[in-house]
Write a protein that binds this ligand. Structure first.
Ligand code: NDP
Ligand code: 13P
Length: 343
């Protein structure tokens, strides 16, 4: 029996994933809200807006009607930015069976509800969610460069089904039952990537970046612990892996945005330069607001400084100085044990 996969969102990630599935022999339809993108995919086999230089697989077609694209779909991949998810979910209502597998690929936290994408999808009535996340720049997936990712779900069968569908000689997929840990790793790393970019924009060095990556991971792990997810997941592809790629790559939208901020551009100027979604901006605000509103005493100094640079116009040099001169502390708070010292 033939099956159809719908990919919602024809930006860089939706296009790369849809093309990968088509290369794997699947019948894939991608939903784009922009009719010009639909036409370029159907008539020229290219996404004229996001990947004009690549010929897409011929099994990939595009459509501008979301409800129509969902009809007879056995699996749905959502690749729109986090803040657009609520709108998409409301349009899925009544058109998608509640047990259909929904693959969530966005990396962010909703700035009004402080929820992750999978939480919002489940609350909209779709329980069978798989989170696909890892160090995976769309540009390199289009180039078919070896890439590894994680398929995370509560349900093992669904995680494995997604693993089977996406796995290829250039795309290796691991499974993981810690959906929350995988998802939070992908969302939080974007904020650290903005910080890393800001420091690059200030012409700081490799030492600075390494410190940010390492202490950023520490900060991420505090947040992940608080939410009951596993620290071990953070040492994997969707945590450390994604953090490294996004803090070091020129493909990274979050890092490139941060570089522009470090060079003195305003938020809107920096967004214009990147011209694609920069999830770390709204995720930083979501976390900052959540800490504040819930009065939670969780140490997230890098995220707090990123928020203040972006939204309170704090001087980035001052932000870095404040990070450097915070009260002195032990490197590994959880294993401070006086018996380990030679006193
Ligand atoms: N790019 C990458 O390498 C990777 C991205 N991701 C994640 O995937 C998500 C999408 O990112 P990415 O593809 O890079 O973003 P892009 O900015 O490249 O594309 C976003 C896409 O979403 C569409 N879109 C935006 N709002 C809506 C809406 N309300 N309804 C329908 N479609 C909408 C845009 O349409 P339009 O063009 O008309 O504006 C565009 O097609 C993000 O969460 C990102 O973190 C994850 C892994 C890798
Ligand atoms: O998450 C991503 C790659 O894994 C995409 O976000 P960036 O482009 O900011 O790195």
């Amino acid at each position: 029996m033939s099956s159809k996969i719908t990919v919602i969102g024809a930006g860089s990630w939706g296009t790369a994933l849809a093309n990968l599935l088509a290369e794997n022999g699947e019948e894939v339809q991608i939903y784009a809200r922009d009719q010009k993108v639909v036409n370029s995919i159907n008539l020229e086999q290219k996404n004229s807006k996001y990947f004009p230089e690549y010929r897409l697989n011929s099994k990939l077609t595009a459509i501008n009607d979301l409800n129509q694209s969902l009809r007879d779909s056995d699996l749905i991949v959502i690749s729109v930015p986090t803040q657009a998810l609520t709108g998409v979910l409301s349009q899925m209502d009544g058109f998608v069976d509640s047990d259909t597998i929904i693959v969530s690929t966005a990396k962010g936290i909703d700035e009004n509800t402080f929820k992750t994408n999978s939480q919002m999808i489940k609350e909209a009535g779709f329980e069978n969610v798989v989170v696909l996340s890892g160090p995976t720049h769309a540009e390199e997936v289009m180039e078919k460069l070896p890439t590894a990712i994680v398929s995370a779900a509560d349900n093992k069968e669904s995680a494995e089904k997604v693993q089977d569908l996406f796995m290829s000689k250039y795309f290796r997929v691991y499974t993981n039952p810690d959906i929350k840990g995988v998802e939070l790793g992908g969302a939080l790393k974007n904020v650290i990537a903005v910080a890393s970019g800001i420091c690059d924009g200030l012409d700081f060095g490799d030492n600075t970046r390494a410190a940010l990556i390492t202490r950023g991971l520490n900060e991420m792990s505090r947040f992940v612990d608080f939410h009951g997810a596993s620290d071990l997941t953070l040492s994997g592809l969707s945590g450390m892996g994604d953090l490294v790629v996004t803090c070091t790559s020129m493909h990274s939208r979050n890092r490139r945005f941060g570089i522009e901020i470090g060079r003195g551009k305003s938020m809107s100027e920096a967004k214009q330069v990147v011209n694609q979604v920069v999830e770390g901006v709204k995720t930083a605000r979501a976390i900052y607001k959540w800490l504040d509103l819930e009065d939670i005493d969780l140490e997230m100094p890098i995220t707090r400084q990123v928020y203040q640079v972006l939204f309170d116009k704090k001087d980035p040099y001052q932000a870095v100085e404040e990070l450097m001169l915070r009260s002195k502390k032990h490197e590994m708070e959880s294993i401070v044990d006086n018996s380990l010292w030679n006193i």
